[in-house]
Design a protein around this ligand. Structure first.
Ligand SMILES: Nc1ncnc2c1ncn2[C@@H]1O[C@H](COP(=O)(O)OP(=O)(O)OP(=O)(O)O)[C@@H](O)[C@H]1O
Ligand SMILES: [Mg+2]
Length: 382
């Protein structure tokens, strides 16, 4: 970073206020930030601290009751209060944003291709075969399998991870100088999340785009960012290099954010839980070599073969009184089926499940129903 370079993006004393029936809400209270060419900065902080609104103000996308004041510069030029026509020459092309929720930001009734082509026509005046080629090329680059076919699909026909990739392709389509990514991976499972972050890193290196990454996930900023701004209640309480934020945090709020991060090197300190208390507790659930196989048809014709799909194939674990066990893994790996198997909501092919010493698999229907009073499941909604 030299003094002669112009920041790609700069906020100076930015305020965002909302008029509400209960009075004025001061969502952003005079924040200043700069992003240099090719740099990735992170904005972290708790929900409602003002992270999104400060960047939505830059994109001219505040709600009707919102008002921004102060200064927002893009490549040294003031863009706050710019007439829509002039702002449109920058946003969506030179400065683009991946929104927090990919489902609401893609138009549901338009095919993916149509939405991408619209962006090219509007900002680059690019149409026809060459535009289609450009879009397919970007869908390929964001590793969307079968890119040409995806162009003809609607957003609801894609998985969450795929939609997120379409959003990234759309944001990259016009070679932006700044990509604002607002919680780009929150809705994704851990493996897809890692792929999406790697992809953004690659795109940054390939195109030289600067990135502003907004997230509440300290793990994500640790992986991606050169510098970090920590936001609390509408203000940046600390701004520093990623190394300093992680190794020498100054503000109490930053320290609190860091302490809530799981530490694999110090497992006992996860969320402040003392592992020694756990070690003394009684074992309440013992799961041994549990298997759940579903029959699936293979091949067509008059005599299709039935083969077992091994959804859970020999899983064992213990759970002690007062203990919390996390089961993580990629989409479709059998996590939910395992939970259902423990409650015998799916047929268990083999294994043992003991709840306070008695094997649940030996219980008849009535006894099992009785036992379910002690064992509850919260189903996922996504
Ligand atoms: N249209 C609105 N009217 C009133 N208040 C609003 C409006 N939009 C946002 N706010 C308020 O502005 C504050 C900052 O919101 P913002 O969306 O920037 O939070 P955030 O830090 O991005 O949170 P999250 O991590 O949950 O996305 C919140 O208190 C929110 O309630
Ligand atoms: Mg937000």
């Amino acid at each position: 970073m030299t003094e002669t370079t112009t920041s790609v993006f700069e906020l100076q004393g930015l305020h965002v206020d909302f008029e509400t029936p209960d009075g004025e809400v001061n969502a952003v209270k005079g924040v200043s930030l700069n992003i240099q060419p090719g740099e990735c900065i992170g904005v972290v902080g708790e929900s409602g601290s003002g992270k999104s609104q400060s960047f939505l103000a830059a994109m001219g996308l505040l709600a009707a009751n919102g008002r921004a004041s102060g200064s927002i510069k893009f490549r040294g030029e003031e863009i706050l209060g710019l007439p829509r026509k002039q702002l449109n020459q920058i946003r969506g092309a030179r400065m683009t944003m991946i929104f927090q929720d990919p489902l609401t930001s893609l138009t549901p009734h338009k095919r993916v291709g149509e939405q991408l082509l619209e962006v090219l026509a509007l900002h680059k005046d690019m149409r026809g075969e060459i535009a289609i080629k450009h879009c397919v090329n970007w869908l390929d680059r964001v590793r969307l399998p079968d890119a040409a076919r995806r162009m003809r699909q609607y957003p609801h026909e894609l998985s969450g991870g795929m939609r997120q990739r379409v959003m990234i392709a759309m944001a990259m389509l016009c070679d932006p100088e700044l990509l604002i990514a607002d919680e780009p991976t929150t809705a994704l499972d851990v493996t897809v999340q890692a792929q999406v972050l790697d992809l953004m890193n690659e795109l940054k290196d390939e195109t030289g785009a600067a990135i502003a990454l907004i997230t509440h996930d300290m793990g994500v900023v640790a992986r991606m960012c050169d510098r970090i701004y920590v936001m609390a209640q509408g203000e940046y309480v600390e701004a520093n290099s990623a190394d300093n934020i992680f190794y020498n945090p100054e503000h109490d709020y930053t320290k609190m954010l860091l302490s809530s991060m799981p530490r694999l090197d110090k497992p006992g300190q996860i969320l402040g839980v003392d592992a020694q208390i756990k070690a003394r507790s009684e074992r309440v659930l013992e799961v041994r070599d549990v298997k759940v196989h579903f029959p699936v048809r293979v091949g067509g014709g008059v005599f299709p073969k039935i083969k077992p799909l091994r959804a859970v194939d020999g899983v064992s674990f213990d759970l002690a009184d007062g203990e919390t066990l996390g089961v993580v893994g990629e989409s479709g790996c059998g996590k939910s089926t395992l939970a259902r198997a423990i409650l015998r909501l799916v047929p268990v092919k083999a294994g043992q499940i003991s709840w306070i010493g008695s094997n649940l698999l030996d219980l008849d229907k009535k006894a099992m129903r009785e036992r379910r009073k002690d064992l509850q499941i919260v189903f996922k909604t996504r």
